[in-house]
Design a protein around this ligand. Structure first.
Ligand code: SF4
Length: 362
């Protein structure tokens, strides 16, 4: 066993995290769900959502047979919705092409929708004791610091170098792979953290070149973020008594595949100082004459803000109360009773608005 893996396993036995609901899990389905949820999402957020997800869809067959709306509804609020769409697509492939059994090798796993090299390695290590290293952001940081890699980790050659280093550090005995893989994750998350790593108590401080060369703060190299672009939009909340109209967003892009309010395109110049008839022109998929009739009594709410990774959206919701439900293209629109709205996958700010609206108007 490499000295590194030995030290890491010893540390894990004493200090590793305990009580994570997916820990010591051997079922590839559950490991996969937890790994996908944990991408770009905090452990504290994932804990409950993971339990909710696997109790609603306890196995790959249940997920494969679920309706897209149910899956998106369960994912709502976690963001990065491509993950949910890929989960659903991947479950279908495993159910239909692999008779419901996950493949064991990383090559087959990483060809499945939404499963990258690191997630494939995690599934194969945790469930099948295969000797493939994971390399998520935590592990990249740990290995990059130990080897004092000062260049941008996103560069292809640097990324490959980190994979090679990670693979060299694996324990000899495949039996140790589940504990070792969890230990790597825990070490990056709790000791070799992005800020204020606990170097003084680190078991690798003698071998860590970044620590020895006083370069810990510089690794990983920080890449200047591009300024967040501001965009504006108007959303229509069209109500008939307790029914509200939703529009299915295109499958790709922001909030892809979620139900949301019909909205104008995201424009960086749009300024809605006063409500004008032209505001509705963009909603040509809807019966404009009906909407216009409702305009005099419409309410335009104050702008709300939602921050994405590379964009800030300022949106205003226009509440239009129409007299009767009107016909819509059922592939893209649907009327939903307010009491049923929580079952849909809604973007967080739309969901927040609905909750506020229901609490004021109940
Ligand atoms: S010494 Fe510090 S930077 Fe190096 S591996 Fe340990 S915690 Fe990370």
């Amino acid at each position: 066993m490499s000295q590194f893996s030995k030290q890491l396993l010893l540390w894990y036995a004493q200090h590793g995290r305990r009580g994570l609901p997916w820990q010591n899990e051997k079922d590839p389905y559950k490991v996969w769900i937890s790994e996908i949820m944990l991408q770009q999402t905090q452990v504290s957020t994932v804990k409950d959502r993971y339990l909710q997800f696997v109790s609603t869809f306890p196995n790959v067959e249940d997920l494969a047979k679920a309706k897209a709306d149910e899956v998106m509804g369960l994912w709502a609020g976690l963001g990065y919705y491509t993950r949910a769409r890929n989960l659903h697509a991947c479950a279908k492939v495993i159910h239909e092409q692999y008779q419901g059994k996950f493949p064991e090798d990383v090559v087959s796993l990483s060809q499945l929708p939404g499963i990258g090299r690191s997630t494939a390695a995690a599934i194969s290590a945790f469930c099948f004791q295969k000797k493939n290293s994971i390399l998520d952001a935590n592990v990249k940081r740990l290995i990059g610091r130990i080897h004092a890699v000062e260049e941008d980790f996103k560069k292809k050659a640097i990324n490959e170098y980190l994979w090679t280093m990670a693979q060299e550090l694996l324990p000899e005995n495949a039996r140790d792979m589940p504990a070792y893989t969890q230990a790597l994750m825990d070490y990056g998350a709790t000791v070799c953290t992005p800020r204020n790593p606990k170097c003084s108590t680190c078991v690798f401080k003698k071998e860590c070149r970044a620590y020895q060369q006083d370069k810990v703060e510089q690794i990983p190299k920080r890449i200047k973020k591009t300024a967040s672009k501001e965009v504006r939009s108007v959303m229509l909340c069209i109500l008939v008594n307790n029914q509200v109209l939703f529009n299915l967003r295109p499958p790709s892009g922001i909030w892809g595949g979620l139900w949301s309010f019909p909205e104008s395109s995201w424009d960086d110049h749009l300024e809605i100082k006063s409500l004008q008839l032209q505001t509705l022109e963009e909603f040509h998929d809807l019966p404009l004459s009906i909407l216009r009739k409702a305009l005099p009594k419409a309410t335009l709410l104050a702008p709300r803000k939602h921050v994405f990774t590379h964009r800030t959206l300022y949106f205003q919701i226009l509440i239009l109360k129409v007299k009767h439900v009107f016909d819509v293209d059922k592939t893209r629109f649907k009327w939903v009773n307010l009491s049923e709205v929580q079952k849909l996958g809604l973007p967080t700010p739309v969901n927040q608005f609905i909750q506020d609206y229901c609490s004021v108007n109940s």
